[in-house]
Design a protein around this ligand. Sequence first.
Ligand SMILES: [Mg+2]
Ligand SMILES: [Zn+2]
Length: 167
Amino acid sequence: MKNIAFFLDRDGVINTERKDYVKDINEFNIIEGALEAIKLIKENGYYVVIITNQSAINRGIMNVEKLHDIHKLLKDKLYFEFKTKIDGIYFCPHTPEEKCECRKPKPGLFLEAAKELDIALEESIMIGDSQKDIEAAQAVKCKSILLKNNEKLIDIVKNYLYVISQK
Ligand SMILES: [Mg+2]
Ligand SMILES: [Zn+2]
């Protein structure tokens, strides 16, 4: 059986978005309930995969080591404080001008994750706060939920898990 995933956007879903980009760990502010949401998803037997556009890298305002520092902090918090983990983080470093295949709304990272982690895209879901997240998911027939202003990942996850448990 293939794995079913919750694909999560990062900025605006797990941590607060910054107009000037999240460039190091001091700028990485986790949104209330986000790590509990990840724990809950994992406890229900699903994969958690982060799919994130990080054009700050190729814009030259952040290097990839800083990005890895941020993701190590996230993984450490999940492990030591919540006894859980994520299954993958896929990021696109490109600017829109580079016209790559991995920057959302292009679905390249979803395809890469699905292949590496043996994920059934059509049964999986993307939760994001941008139309780009939704378009990328739709391009690979993955379900999706758009987080609106002030909606929190934890509430969306609880609700969605309840809905699928009723099927
Ligand atoms: Mg976002
Ligand atoms: Zn890219």
